[in-house]
Ligand binder design. Structure first.
Ligand code: CS2
Ligand code: MG
Length: 403
């Protein structure tokens, strides 16, 4: 099965998505997600200018060889732009192989290890009362695992919490908006939030929280310790992880489970964290870490140390990543949970998909391939719009804070 063409499709049905479409001489097409939130066009150029010319004429079945060719052949290894581009090719090739076999992708990976995939969603509120209401609302939709975030008294905006009635969207402005940050206020507030949420939902609902890399290791250790009575499923990105050793310090002080990895792009970003058992969940996404071919290497390393997966699933993971992730989750022996932030109706219409949500769990469906397609005519009606993630500055003196 020879690759005859490859094209990049950029669209913005509510938010930007970059999609790679590969066509073959057998008439089959494969799709891969290449969306890198806030830096989309860098990946478009990487694909168009440097990757696509090398793909034409290659055997679409040689997924591993193509992965190594793009990773090693570039000489310049790793990095989010490179690994997103490789992920798009890899995902499209797995889609093609599964379509050629007439099987849903999870069957090619080794078949289902479970009947369905546990999913968590977000409850975001202006304040504690509003967040508790949002948690109840998500419970009514069927979720049994919920991430709770809330506005903090004295801070105008907090990442992960919408300012109006519309759902929160990570990339929110034509130029980066600025949020002010106070570690002291946040550290005082979050234990009160979880005290209220835990008493409202009882012991059986899984509760999660995302710190978005905003604390130093010792501050993160304080928070993890203060949250112990509320038995979190996980505390996410408590501190930036470029310095993997920072997590040792948090571990020394707390038994709250830790999750990290949505910004990682290769196994090298988490090798030390995993081998030292400083984390419990690895959150790396298919789109950001070189596709299925590389993510399964990360998951296999993690399995040796009883670290489980918790794939990133915010709205900037396109339906193609979500669908592919669900095939991965259904198979991977050490799956923990999958993040599920619902896409807009416009996005769902552009990307018709076989995956479904029911009673707190998800399933990728039985359609051959990863089960997600793109309606190109509809996509063309939503042109690219520049959008950025916000930055944080310390409230008291304007210092640019961790991001
Ligand atoms: C978040 C995301 O879903 C999450 O856990 O951290 O909102 C993340 O910040 C965005 O996906 C960044 O693009
Ligand atoms: Mg996160």
């Amino acid at each position: 099965m020879k690759i005859t063409s490859a094209r990049v499709i950029v669209c913005c049905p509510g938010r930007n998505f970059v999609t790679l479409k590969i066509e073959t001489d057998q008439g089959l097409t494969g799709l891969g997600d290449a969306t890198l939130n806030g830096r989309e066009l860098a990946v478009v150029s990487y694909l168009n200018d440097h990757v696509i010319p090398c793909l034409i004429g290659r055997d679409a079945h040689r997924i591993e060889d193509t992965w190594q060719y793009l990773y090693r052949g570039a000489y310049w290894r790793r990095g989010p732009v490179t690994m997103c581009a490789i992920a798009a090719v890899d995902t499209a090739l797995w889609d093609l192989k599964a379509k050629a076999a007439g099987l849903p992708l999870y069957q090619l990976l080794g078949g289902a290890s479970r009947d369905r995939v546990l999913a968590y969603t977000h409850a975001n509120g202006r304040d504690i009362t509003h967040t508790v209401e949002e948690v109840h609302r998500q419970r009514e939709l069927g979720y049994v695992a919920i991430r709770a975030q809330s506005g903090v008294p004295g801070l105008d905006k907090v990442y992960g919490v919408a300012t109006g009635p519309q759902p929160y969207e990570p990339a929110d402005a034509d130029l980066p908006s600025e949020h002010s940050w106070s570690t002291e206020k946040y550290l005082r507030h979050v234990p009160q939030l979880f005290d209220a949420v835990r008493s409202a939902v009882g012991p059986d609902v899984h509760l999660l929280h995302d710190v978005h890399h905003l604390l130093t290791p010792i501050e993160a250790a304080q928070l993890a310790k203060d949250l112990e009575p509320f038995r979190l499923f996980w505390l996410e990105d408590p501190t930036p992880a470029e310095n993997q050793e920072g997590f040792r310090l948090i571990r020394q002080h707390s038994t709250t489970p830790l999750a990290v990895g949505e910004v990682f792009n290769t196994v090298w970003d988490c090798k030390t964290l995993i081998e030292n058992q400083w984390i419990d969940y690895i959150r790396t996404a298919i789109v950001h870490a070189g596709g299925i071919t590389h993510l399964r290497r990360i998951a296999d390393l993690a399995a040796l140390y009883q670290v489980r997966t918790g794939c990133h699933g915010a709205t900037d993971m396109s339906p193609i990543t979500l669908g592919t992730s669900l095939h991965f989750d259904l198979w991977v022996p050490n799956c923990g949970i999958q993040e599920h932030m619902r896409h807009t109706e416009e996005t769902d219409a552009v990307f018709p998909h076989a995956y479904r949500f029911e009673d707190g769990y998800m399933h990728p469906g039985e359609t051959p391939g990863h089960g997600v397609e793109i309606d190109e005519a509809l996509a063309a009606r939503y042109p690219y719009r520049r959008a950025y993630l916000p930055v944080n500055r310390l409230q008291h003196d304007g210092t640019l804070w961790h991001w």
